[in-house]
Write a protein that binds this ligand. Structure first.
Ligand code: SF4
Ligand code: SF4
Length: 82
């Protein structure tokens, strides 16, 4: 999954763009739930939050590295769960 660094300025433009509802406002900055983030695999060719973030503070999470196949499997699980 991706994660949001402390460069986040709490602008709120990413949250409504996430097709998986993975982004929410945390105590200090916005946060991504790694269980819900598919890096937009299954929905879009590029991560939508990265596309809109004005300060480029959403990199890949080195603690949650996933292959395309793993991300697609997560997408299918999320879709099946509705
Ligand atoms: Fe949501 Fe896609 Fe960003 Fe992950 S990469 S948080 S799924 S918009
Ligand atoms: Fe933070 Fe970027 Fe999301 Fe704005 S778009 S809330 S700066 S992560």
């Amino acid at each position: 999954s991706l994660f949001i660094t402390d460069e986040c300025i709490n602008c709120d433009v990413c949250e409504p763009e996430c097709p998986n509802g993975a982004i929410s406002q945390g105590a200090e900055i916005y946060e991504i739930d790694p269980d819900l983030c598919t890096e937009c695999v299954g929905h879009f060719d590029t991560p939508q939050c990265v596309e809109v973030c004005p300060v480029d503070c959403i990199p890949k999470d080195p603690d949650n590295e996933e292959t395309h196949d793993q991300l697609y499997a997560k997408y299918e699980t999320l879709m099946a769960a509705g």
